[in-house]
Design a protein around this ligand. Structure first.
Ligand SMILES: Cc1ncc(COP(=O)(O)O)c(C=O)c1O
Length: 374
């Protein structure tokens, strides 16, 4: 069987290191908010190129905490795309704000030429989603943000290590938000998330919000060094010591694994270039990290079911744009016609197996069977 994503071969390679790291945490006796989290926060924010980093429970929380940190909420609008994972929108709605959808370009990323038209008096932020592993056109987004005094929250859930003009995503906007959900480029063995920023004051606020809005306060009796005291309303979202320790081990391999993803993409590009399938394009000045390798064909449902018969498993991210889903369709006018590229793409895209431990032989089988079918 060839899965569209798999972590078991990776686990075989890392097993000894991971079990040792977990054992170290268990023996130390600190399970939450300890030295592994501090080390990971320092190392991962450095890897991204940001001054500050905060480990949280998942990326949905990271996006929500970023919005709260930037004081975005009721009555505000956040510009983003509709071809994203639901949590991008969940976070915006949880903050009290509303999503304002902009169509996408040929790279499946926010079409920056359409952002200005979507800006209203209520707009407070742009949330570009670095979808499938590559960066949105951040220069244009940052200059629009400056012109209209908007904040920029980068949704980097799918793009760890991807660069734009040699800068890693998550180091360009006001805040970067990452997911360590197991399938991601940099995945944990459970849930996890991360927030990056270069702004100290914002860092301190988001740091507080992730832990119930609390800070240590001295008791007047003087008997305690400090007990937790809520200075503002927060939430509870923590990256635990076990996951910080596992991610520290995995961080040592991240760049090699991204290179391996790029090699796999390169082979797909070369060997499928004369087939009738539309292939992904790397945008100018970008280094794509290939979270997934997304292609398009109008017969995609047939292709997926035919290859499944050969035990080759493909996926669709995402078959429905957010703005047509029952939960969120009230954020657009009925029969809205300004998200046409988003709707068209959703009908034909699908993804081929992509993960660093996919073998050359397995990839060869995928390519051969796909070509035979086409
Ligand atoms: C683009 C995008 N944003 C946000 C998220 C949310 O990540 P998490 O599952 O860690 O909350 C995901 C994960 O599916 C995602 O793909």
């Amino acid at each position: 069987m060839i899965k569209v994503w798999d972590y078991l071969k990776e686990y075989e390679i890392l097993r000894d290191d991971i079990l040792k790291a977990v054992d170290e945490v268990f023996k130390k006796g600190i399970l939450i908010f300890g030295p592994k989290l501090e080390e990971f926060e320092e190392k991962f924010s450095k890897y991204i190129g940001a001054n500050y980093g905060i480990g949280v429970g998942n990326c949905t929380d990271a996006l929500y905490i970023a919005l709260r940190g930037l004081k975005i909420g009721h009555g505000d609008e956040v510009i983003t795309v509709s071809n994203t994972a639901v949590p991008t929108i969940t976070a915006i709605v949880n903050s009290g704000a509303s999503p304002k959808f902009v169509d996408i370009d040929k790279y499946s990323l926010i079409d920056v030429s359409k952002i200005e038209k979507a800006i209203s008096k209520k707009t407070k932020a742009i949330m570009p989603v670095h979808l499938f592993g590559q960066s949105c056109e951040m220069n244009k987004i940052m200059s629009l943000a400056k012109k209209y005094n908007l904040k920029v929250i980068e949704d980097c859930a799918q793009a760890h290590g991807a660069t734009y003009f040699n800068k890693k995503v998550g180091s360009i906007g006001d805040v970067g938000c990452f997911s360590f959900y197991p399938t991601k480029i940099f995945g944990a063995y459970g849930d996890g998330g991360f927030i990056t920023t270069n702004n100290k004051e914002l860092y301190e606020k988001m740091h507080r919000i992730r832990f119930l809005g609390m800070e240590k306060k001295k008791m007047s009796s003087g008997h305690w060094n400090g007990k937790y005291y809520a200075v503002e309303h927060g939430t509870n979202s923590r990256l635990d010591e076990v996951h910080a320790a596992i991610l520290l081990k995995k961080l040592e391999h991240l760049d090699n694994w991204i290179e391996r993803r790029r090699m796999i993409a390169d082979r797909y590009n070369k060997e499928l270039k004369d087939s009738k399938i539309e292939l992904p394009v790397e945008a100018p000045n970008n280094k794509h990290a290939y979270y997934i390798y997304v292609v398009a064909h109008k017969e995609r449902d047939n292709i997926i079911s035919e290859l499944a018969k050969k035990d080759i498993h493909l996926n669709i991210s995402y078959p429905w744009p957010i703005h047509i889903m029952d939960a969120y369709k009230h954020y657009v006018e009925p029969n809205c016609n300004y998200l046409k590229n988003t709707e068209d793409q959703a009908k034909k895209i699908f993804s081929l197996p992509m993960y660093p431990t996919l073998t050359d032989e397995e990839q060869g089988i995928v390519i051969r069977e796909l070509k035979k079918l086409l």
